[in-house]
Ligand binder design. Structure first.
Ligand SMILES: CC(=O)N[C@H]1[C@@H](OP(=O)(O)OP(=O)(O)OC[C@H]2O[C@@H](n3ccc(=O)[nH]c3=O)[C@H](O)[C@@H]2O)O[C@H](CO)[C@@H](O)[C@@H]1O[C@H](C)C(=O)N[C@@H](C)C(=O)N[C@H](CCC(=O)O)C(=O)O
Ligand SMILES: Nc1ncnc2c1ncn2[C@@H]1O[C@H](COP(=O)(O)OP(=O)(O)OP(=O)(O)O)[C@@H](O)[C@H]1O
Length: 492
């Protein structure tokens, strides 16, 4: 594509060099630049991409986009200077991949918890009813047999727009995209035209990045404030959790039509008669006209009733019939690492769960209590280099709701586990400490919990869910919680 066409939509720019050169690739990593590509220098959180312009040129870059003049750029390499390359990136990516959102219906899901589960429920409902849907999120980017590894929950605009183009060309009609607050704040989805945007909940997390809950709430607002701003956008819908206080805030800030879901009486789509079923949860969806649709959900926990209601509301807005919605919900069997049973046939259960913030941990422990006749032994840790404030809160929740807790390491990154333990101890009373143990090595912690289990008990291993790597202070180690269990337990 001609450079001139790619940068056409950028308002503020200064250019030196030829505007009519063909650009064969856009890239933000100098190591991946191929001859004829354009390297975009990002001022990162760890490094300044501008220092890699020289390497990109050595690798054959035909153009450089930067935030400031870069000395030594040869005349045959075009230099485009913009005020903020991170903000320019989605516009460029959208142009380069020929506006993939135009050929797809995009559904965006944000919230502290439940994005992945809800997104996969929606994808499942759409595919089960014969629509062609792909998804983008924490687990991967997937459409039929196309699968790409996820680096972030919401990928950078290059990966995102490229994937959307690939699946649009492969016949996808829908893409269900998990939209993280980081993604919104960094403009990763600026090139996406969402038809429907949904909100699950707002709870304590990511205060290392957002500093304050108001700021965190404000970043998610961007998904809704950009919906329905023109006459053409009247069909757009904001699907909001009516039982979460933040929804009123988002409802005020969107021009799209608002549909609420939840258990509360005022919700447009209500979950009523919620009760535990043998394998999951039985409940009835009541629409605003009073129609009722019973559902038996195979995934347990009240939080999953909320996720199912969100998915039902989204799919109803997308035109699925109630028959398609209830059948799809009933055939949904869950996703990797979310309250996943990894038991090996012993007389106690072992479950892994991705809960890594206070609300998620509470949801996982309450669900465990619902499904367990014996004691609950929770294995948990808190991540290094992330929101320190949640450490004592999570430790307190674990010790309040479980019968025993083995505190251990999660991804500690460059921190020392003893420092993380110190933070967690702040949330523990004497009574809590009497049922707690601290075992730094995660594998030892899991095995210790297993050895302490009796018939009917459940070991709930939280924090890492589907993740296959553990980031220790010594580097990356291949280790999944499920593998630890499977490799040490004899299947009976
Ligand atoms: C803090 C943060 O979000 N950082 C994200 C950001 O990295 P960055 O731009 O700061 O990158 P950097 O490492 O400083 O490098 C700057 C630039 O130099 C370039 N570079 C670097 C080295 C080199 O040799 N050559 C080169 O060109 C890099 O490619 C980059 O363009 O942009 C990268 C590309 O888009 C992201 O992968 C990266 O996410 C990191 C891995 C991350 O951990 N992010 C978390 C906080 C995050 O975004 N999480 C949310 C979900 C949270 C949740 O809901 O649980 C998510 O959406 O994933
Ligand atoms: N609606 C919900 N409300 C509260 N907790 C939830 C909800 N849905 C899921 N959880 C809890 O959060 C954990 C993570 O769920 P899920 O992966 O669906 O959320 P997420 O928002 O995608 O998380 P992340 O952004 O961190 O990847 C689950 O394992 C469960 O313990």
């Amino acid at each position: 594509m001609k450079l001139s066409r790619m940068i056409d939509q950028l308002k503020l720019k200064r250019i030196t060099g030829d505007l009519e050169i063909d650009i064969s690739q856009i890239e933000i990593d100098s190591r991946k630049i191929e001859p004829g590509g354009m390297f975009i220098c990002i001022t990162g959180f760890q490094q300044d991409g501008h220092q890699y312009a020289e390497e990109a040129i050595r690798n054959g870059a035909a153009a450089i986009m930067a935030e400031r003049f870069i000395p030594g750029v040869p005349p045959e390499v075009s230099l485009v200077i913009v005020p903020d390359t991170r903000r320019a990136l989605p516009i460029i990516a959208n142009a380069f991949y020929d506006n993939p959102s135009c050929g797809l219906r995009l559904i965006g899901i944000t919230g502290t918890n439940g994005k992945t589960t809800t997104a996969h429920m929606v994808e499942h409902l759409l595919n089960a009813s014969g629509r062609n849907a792909g998804s983008v999120g924490t687990l991967s980017m997937t459409y039929k047999d196309i699968q790409e590894e996820a680096v972030n929950t919401t990928p950078d605009p290059l990966r995102l727009q490229k994937f959307l183009r690939t699946i649009a060309n492969a016949g996808a009609e829908y893409a269900v995209v998990e939209v993280s607050s980081h993604g919104l704040d960094m403009g990763r989805v600026l090139g996406c035209g969402f038809q429907t945007a949904a909100f699950t909940n707002l709870a304590h997390d990511h205060l290392d990045y957002h500093h304050h809950m108001d700021e965190y709430r404000g970043s998610k607002e961007l998904l809704f404030s950009r919906l329905g701003n023109s006459v053409d956008d009247m069909q757009k819908t904001a699907v909001l959790n009516g039982d979460d206080a933040a929804s009123a805030y988002y409802a005020k800030r969107t021009a799209a039509q608002v549909v609420t879901y939840g258990l509360g009486e005022d919700c447009h789509l209500r979950g009523i008669q919620v009760e535990r079923a043998e394998q999951g949860t039985r409940f009835t969806i009541q629409t605003y006209t009073g129609d009722q649709y019973p559902v038996v959900l195979k995934v347990p926990g009240l939080h999953n009733v909320y996720n199912a209601l969100a998915a039902a509301a989204i799919c109803s807005c997308e035109g699925l019939s109630w028959d398609e919605i209830t059948r799809g919900l009933q055939s949904f069997t869950g996703i990797s690492g979310r309250f996943e049973d990894v038991s090996t046939g012993q007389d106690f259960n072992i479950t892994i769960d991705y809960a890594h913030n206070p609300e998620g941990l509470k949801a996982a422990l309450l669900t465990a209590r619902e499904c367990t006749s014996g004691k609950i032994i929770c294995v948990m840790g808190c991540r290094g280099e992330r929101d320190r404030l949640k450490r004592p809160v999570m430790a307190g929740i674990a010790a309040d709701l479980a019968d025993g807790v083995v505190f251990t390491s999660d991804n500690v990154y460059s921190e020392q586990i003893e420092d993380i333990f110190l933070d967690m101890r702040q949330g523990l009373s004497e009574q809590h400490l009497s049922k707690s143990e601290f075992v730094a090595n995660r594998q030892d912690a899991i095995l210790q919990a297993i050895h302490s289990a009796n018939a009917g008990d459940r070991i709930l291993i939280t924090g890492r869910g589907h993740e296959k790597f553990l980031y220790t202070s010594d580097g990356l180690q291949q280790m999944s919680d499920a593998d630890i269990v499977q490799s040490h337990m004899v299947r009976v």
